[in-house]
Design a protein around this ligand. Structure first.
Ligand code: ATP
Ligand code: MG
Length: 245
């Protein structure tokens, strides 16, 4: 979907005027300086930017894992701010509406592959208002892992897996609750080109079936797999280029 179409449809997920400052002792570092990003239902957006430009920061804020500076920007999902209401809503947003793929996998080393992938769905079991059941969680996580070619690795620990396998587990975990949006931070960042292509093919397949994707990358070749590419420069989001197909 191009910019013209994106401008007409209401945003599914949007960041508006987001500022984010980190403080190292007395020295504040302003990483995001009014970042705006509107993501439309069904779109695959890539956020390109150099190392340290704030891509992970932006994705964390969009995923409700971190907050904008107080009163300086907001994240809206389906038209409503994710953070102004009580905590349960933010929990539900993080657990059910979005799936998050972290830059460095963040798999739990003590759990096996299947347990890692079913974790978000299990959280729904611990907090019943989020509404999922353990057996359903296990079944859907297993089915996802099998579809990602990891059926023979279910009882392995993350440390026993290759980087590409770990990334597939991380993506399976992010998709386990059938989120509306997948936020993926450098999903191919630590992988060789061929393995990375495989991961992008998985995302592409899900996107073709309607999943909205926001993917962060420093690699223009990876970004080119998206429908639309934006660039994070000086703490703001700029239009980078449109993909011609
Ligand atoms: N928790 C934190 N505390 C202090 N500074 C931070 C924190 N997280 C990030 N930063 C700083 O904010 C800046 C942006 O970091 P961020 O991780 O968002 O960049 P990035 O674009 O994802 O980089 P990379 O491509 O290397 O992953 C960096 O200068 C980083 O040192
Ligand atoms: Mg990063």
């Amino acid at each position: 979907m191009g910019d013209a179409a994106a401008a007409q449809a209401p945003a599914l997920l949007s960041a508006r005027g987001v500022h984010k400052t980190y403080s190292f002792g007395a020295i504040p570092v302003e990483v995001l300086r009014g970042a705006d990003l509107e993501v439309v239902q069904g779109e695959w957006v890539a956020v390109l930017g150099s190392s340290g430009s704030g891509k992970s920061t932006l994705l964390h804020v969009m995923g409700g894992l971190d907050k904008p500076d107080r009163g300086r920007g907001e994240i809206c999902f389906q038209g409503a701010p994710i953070a102004t209401t009580h905590g349960a809503r933010l929990d539900a947003y993080r657990n059910r509406d979005i799936g998050f793929v972290f830059q460095f996998y963040h798999l739990l080393p003590e759990l096996d592959v299947l347990e890692n992938a079913m974790l978000p769905a299990m959280v729904g079991n611990w907090f019943p208002w989020l509404g999922t059941r353990a057996d359903e969680a296990r079944d859907s996580a297993r089915a996802l892992l099998e579809s990602f070619g990891l059926g023979h690795r279910l009882t392995h620990r993350p440390a026993q897996l290759s980087g590409g396998e770990r990334q597939r587990v991380a993506i399976a975990r992010a998709l386990a609750n059938t989120p509306k949006v997948l936020l993926a931070d450098e999903p191919t960042g630590n992988l060789d080109v061929k393995t990375g292509e495989g991961i992008l093919d998985l995302l592409s397949e899900r996107h073709a079936r309607g999943l909205t994707v926001v993917m962060v990358t420093h690699d223009p070749a990876v970004a080119a797999r998206a429908d639309r590419v934006v660039k994070l420069t000086d703490g703001r989001v700029e239009v980078a280029f449109e993909i011609e197909r």
